[in-house]
Design a protein around this ligand. Structure first.
Ligand SMILES: Cc1cc2nc3c(=O)[nH]c(=O)nc-3n(C[C@H](O)[C@H](O)[C@H](O)COP(=O)(O)OP(=O)(O)OC[C@H]3O[C@@H](n4cnc5c(N)ncnc54)[C@H](O)[C@@H]3O)c2cc1C
Length: 247
């Protein structure tokens, strides 16, 4: 994650599904951002009472994935989960107005770095759907991809702008349904590379299933708890610092 903090403004905001608010942010400082950054993440410095704290040590920051980059201006499109929980980022996203100030740090690197494999399994939810979209667009055409994304309603299924097909699990019991979906994974000669970005508890369960039942080596699994039930982002960060195996 680059240390540079960029001052940006909200260019547009639109509720695109019952649980996603799409916000485009722009800045004169975004000229180095290109569509290659789609799927990478940035830290959004969330305004408090309309004021942005641009100090990385004290700001209220949350991670968001780049859904799109305007090739001409570098303006970033970010999709915020809304109407699922209360927290500074989701509350800001629900009420942000065109012209509001916001801070952006990053982008940080993508989590998957091996683009040479023959088979990938991608597991996500609404917080990571754009990371999955990025991989579906950027992994070589020759690679086989099995992608599973759980969403709370059918209306939350979004366009991924790829010829490839994702398996959408519309469910209010994501843990059960995501683990069941993995039971239908086609067997291949070579163990797949797995990318999963989900709620922390589900990441742990899916990792156990894939390593113990399907003998997928741990080294093939790139996993990240994008959020944790009952714990805010700062609390979850502290937990991971104290117990790095949770990361
Ligand atoms: C690399 C990375 C990329 C991410 N990209 C995105 C993205 O593109 N879009 C996106 O919406 N999120 C994304 N996230 C997740 C997002 O950073 C967290 O959900 C964050 O906690 C939201 O902050 P908040 O202020 O709304 O809630 P917090 O103050 O962090 O949490 C408040 C409460 O809400 C709960 N909570 C947090 N997130 C959710 C959720 N999604 N559903 C249900 N309950 C929740 C927490 O458990 C806590 O109890 C990403 C995370 C990472 C690590």
């Amino acid at each position: 994650m680059g240390k540079q903090v960029r001052k940006a403004k909200v260019l547009s905001t639109e509720q695109i599904t019952p649980h996603l608010q799409r916000i485009v942010v722009g800045s004169d400082d975004f000229s180095d951002l290109t569509p290659a950054h789609i799927g990478s993440y940035v830290k959004v410095l969330i305004p408090q009472n309309g004021q942005v704290d641009f100090n990385l040590k004290t700001a209220c920051m949350r991670s968001y994935t780049i859904q799109n980059v305007d090739p001409a201006s570098g303006a970033l499109t970010l999709d915020f989960v809304i109407n699922m929980h209360n927290g500074p980022a989701t509350l800001w996203a629900s009420t942000a107005q065109v012209g509001d100030d916001v801070g952006i740090a990053g982008p940080g690197p993508k989590k998957l770095d091996n683009y040479q494999h023959s088979h990938y399994v991608l597991l996500g939810d609404l917080t990571s759907v754009n990371a999955i979209k990025g991989y579906m667009q950027q992994l070589p055409q020759s690679a086989k991809i099995d992608a599973f994304v759980h969403v709370p309603t059918k209306q939350d299924i979004i366009e991924l702008h790829t010829q490839r097909i994702a398996n959408w699990l519309v469910t209010d019991t994501p843990d059960t349904d995501m683990l069941s979906a993995l039971n239908n994974l086609p067997q291949t000669n070579e163990a797949p590379i797995v990318f999963m970005a989900l709620e922390a508890g589900l990441v742990r369960k899916a990792k156990t299933l894939l390593t113990q039942e399907y003998n997928i080596p741990r080294s093939n699994i790139v996993s990240s708890g994008y959020w944790k039930k009952g714990v805010d982002s700062e609390g979850y960060k502290k937990e991971r610092q104290q117990s790095p195996e949770l990361a």
